[in-house]
Design a protein around this ligand. Sequence first.
Ligand code: AMP
Ligand code: MG
Length: 487
Amino acid sequence: MKKLKFNNSFARLGDLFFTRVEPSGLPNPKLVSINNQAAKLLDMESADLSENWFLQWASGNQTLPDSDPLAMVYSGHQFGGYSPQLGDGRGLLLGEVEGSEGKWDLHLKGAGKTPYSRFGDGRAVLRSTIREYLCSEAMHGLGITSTRALCITVGEEPVYRETVEPAAMLIRLARSHIRFGSFEYFHHTRKRDCVKRLADHVIEQHLPELLVETANKENCYLEMFRHSVHSTARLIAHWQSVGFAHGVMNTDNMSMIGETMDYGPFGFLDAYDPDFICNHSDTGGRYAFKRQPMIGLWNCNALANALTSLLSVEQLTMVLEEYEPLFFTTLLHLQRQKLGLLEQHPEDQSLIDELLALMAESQVDHTIFFRNLCSFDENNDNPDLRDLFLNRGAFDHWAKKYRDRLAVEQRNLTDRQSSMMKTNPKYVFRNYMAEIAIRKAEDKQDYSEIDRMLRLLQSPFDEHPDCEEYAKHPPAWSQQLSVSCSS
Ligand code: AMP
Ligand code: MG
């Protein structure tokens, strides 16, 4: 047996940054699922995972030696309005664990009330932990920076939402749990010294190379901010390229180091629809798919504001101006890859824009189209693609342009196809898939679909003949599904 060894660098920042809270454990806990890939990141062996201490720990009933559980304080802009006091209301930072691929923050979600719970019960329901567990691993499988998930446990405690639901806990791994909102909290409560200490902590823990490369301290802060802005721009370009929408892009859900985090009401596009709103509670469409890039910049502005005690307005503005060009260059690069294009030609942007406009008009499934495009044959009509469009003539017109553009490169067909298959996933985590796994888990205590989807989503570019149904168009009943903030 090898228990985890904790370090607690965040706890050493002092109690202005958090409140120490012991988890309140789930009664009669059971393991729902364990992610062996994440266990490996912590150098855990499979024998560890079946030990009783693991179950007791993962369900909040036992704190491991050296772990120093705490609820982090932060604030944030929620749907555009400032909420001065948020913080970990239903999760605890357990500490950091060093694995062979580096250090991870371990966070126990659903661990009970904290001083930041406001009106909440501090619990997570099974449904929402399954969604986060599978989606964070799906994002990682797609090559997109994300928090990871180690395991889910469930316990015999009722949780009251719209109905009574089972209580569950999730262990999340993140490179950092520091959010834009962590800085906003200290800035808006006028604790300038804490803004500085938090920035020093982010640099020491996550960007130590800056200490070597950068001659003076102020430049370190500037580079830290640049890192946040750039990694946010790149992250959202990646989201857009796979049709992912984060349902609650509030600044308290934005990672300082650009990891996708806090999965609530997220959604992958089925039909391509720039106006897609994945969160039922987002009545104004603030976080509609097409607005996410702009909201990313808005959030970086809120972070800039929180750093005005460290950096001048000129410095902050200069870095903010880098967001848009970087976002567009990254997205165009990813879109070229999706189309199998290696070279950069000025007309590429209009080729892509035209395609997306046609897809929107015909409500073409985003994932299926791009996966089928991998088999585009310059010498025939490509019925697998053509039949996805209502306006087939318009598709033919676009396909001719695409054919001409491909001809310019003279790229070997197998080479192009194999690289496209690594860029255009066959599987994404559609909401109806989550619903299937949730129904089985809640109604029958059958967790097998979670494990099956985990395997599938961790390698979404590969063929999975036993999961072919998940590569098809979503079933009609999935149209009625809605997800909202209440989990
Ligand atoms: P989220 O939208 O999940 O990122 O949560 C926003 C804020 O509400 C955070 O401060 C959470 O900790 C808090 N919160 C969400 N759900 C609960 C809950 N069930 N109990 C206590 N706090 C919660
Ligand atoms: Mg959150």
